[in-house]
Design a protein. Structure first.
Length: 447
């Protein structure tokens, strides 16, 4: 069932993003008066086909869903010959450089607009997320050197308001690529606010993954030792603990954070403890004997069935949601370009490149989590698709824009031979990138 969900979620995402991209090309081509012959989702043998519109445009769904195209009337295309005299003004090659560039850039631009729409919808509907509360930073890590402590809640990142853990992670990723020190405004468990300077240059953002956050020393914490949830029929529930109880001490030793409670419980499997609690301002005492759980590596730890994780609703008004959606799309686009630059100059690993297998896996995971997670995934891939197509690689939209730039500079388009050689180079580059991405996918799966 999980495999079926993954395949369907991947195909749905691919279909939506291809249609959005090609609709961008199609709509601007029509606005510029260019005759569109075919709108195809996928390549290869047509599975479904129908004809509509005054130009008798052919709409096709093909067997290979890895891409799509909009075929326009073009006198340079042998498949379009012969072009009637009446249709010649509507040929793509007869349009000005500005119109041709607008048609080409419309595809990636449609993907970016679609991402803004998705992020706007997510911001308006709202998400349920943990706040930006930190756990204990490993000794010697940049976070520990900055003075961050277990239970600190990040309020501000270099002047940007932080409301959730995901916002903090995103801000850190952007800062990590830049490699510059940042200022964090935090509030500790006693409610005291302070500003710390976190040096991101020592975090080494060669690989953008969870291990990067661990090296940086920024790990998610649960905050204060207040019970947020209880597992039915587990030790804590049977002992009479309740949601909202604050754990004050264990065996006479004061505890401040959820991390301290967890550490004491994990180290005391089968050993009776005396817990001091505070419930509605009234002190209480309970006797707790953590159950025993054996981990895959053979270690035995204690467990009582308490959840300390705080969740909050993060929602914005329509105007602020649009501002944040636009900013998130812009920031993600710039972040993607920076990562490409770092991979080219060797400052970032090519292991950051993901292929269709990894994308399909994430599509399935987010689909199983829920609609909001899946929409976030769609927005991210839509941005990636838009940015990728704008790269100056022959065959891609950015390659065509490069041809038009040359045409503007020299007063005439590149020769047919030059374009043919460039196209072959572009195809070779895409094959190499695809092979590398697939290799990374397989490496991740096998590891």
């Amino acid at each position: 069932m999980d495999l079926i969900t993954t395949i369907l979620a991947f195909l749905l995402a691919l279909g939506i993003l291809i249609v959005i991209h090609e609709l961008g090309h199609y709509s601007i081509a029509r606005q510029c008066g260019v005759k569109v012959l075919r709108f195809s989702v996928g390549f290869g043998r047509p599975l479904f086909r129908w004809v509509s519109g005054p130009d008798r445009t052919e709409w096709v769904v093909s067997a290979i869903p890895y891409g799509g195209y909009v075929k326009m009337l073009d006198e340079n295309d042998p498949d379009c010959a012969p072009v009637s005299a009446a249709d010649r003004p509507r040929a793509f090659n007869r349009q000005s450089v500005g119109k041709r560039a607008a048609i080409v850039v419309a595809g990636p631009f449609a993907n970016l607009l679609f991402a803004i729409l998705l992020y706007w919808l997510i911001n308006v509907v709202g998400t349920v997320e943990p706040p930006a509360v930190l756990g204990p930073p490993p000794q010697g890590s940049p976070a520990a050197q900055a003075g961050l402590e277990d239970g600190d809640r990040v309020l501000d990142f270099d002047g940007r308001s932080i409301r959730s853990w995901s916002e903090l992670r995103w801000a850190l990723l952007q800062g990590g690529v830049a490699g510059l020190p940042v200022r964090l405004a935090v509030r500790d468990l006693q409610g005291r606010e302070r500003t710390v300077r976190l040096d991101l240059s020592s975090g080494r953002a060669e690989d953008v993954d969870d291990s990067w956050f661990e090296r940086l020393g920024v790990v998610r914490g649960a905050g204060s030792a207040v019970i947020r949830g209880l597992v039915a029929n587990e030790v804590a529930a049977k002992a009479g603990l309740a949601v909202g109880d604050r754990i004050v001490a264990i065996d006479g030793v004061a505890v401040r954070t959820a991390t301290e409670v967890t550490q004491r419980v994990r180290a005391s499997a089968g050993q009776t403890q005396t817990w001091e609690l505070e419930r509605d301002g009234v002190a209480q005492r309970r006797t707790i004997t953590p159950g025993q759980v054996t981990l895959p590596d053979g270690r035995t730890i204690g467990r009582v069935g308490i959840d300390f994780l705080e969740l909050q609703s993060v929602r914005y008004g329509p105007i602020e949601a649009l501002e944040r959606a636009s900013q998130r799309t812009w920031d993600t686009s710039i972040f993607s370009l920076r990562m490409v630059g770092r991979m080219l100059d060797g400052r970032a690993s090519w292991r950051n490149l993901s292929g269709p297998v990894s994308i399909a896996d994430v599509a399935g995971q987010t689909a199983r989590i829920g609609l909001i997670a899946y929409l976030s995934f769609l927005a991210l891939v839509s941005i990636s698709l838009g940015v990728l197509n704008l790269l100056p690689i022959p065959v891609l939209d950015g390659g065509h824009l490069l041809y038009y730039a040359v045409e503007i500079l020299k007063g005439s388009p590149p020769s047919a031979h030059t374009v043919e050689v460039a196209q072959r180079i572009g195809v070779g580059m895409l094959i190499l990138l695809t092979a590398l991405a697939l290799y990374n996918d397989l490496t991740r799966l096998l590891s």
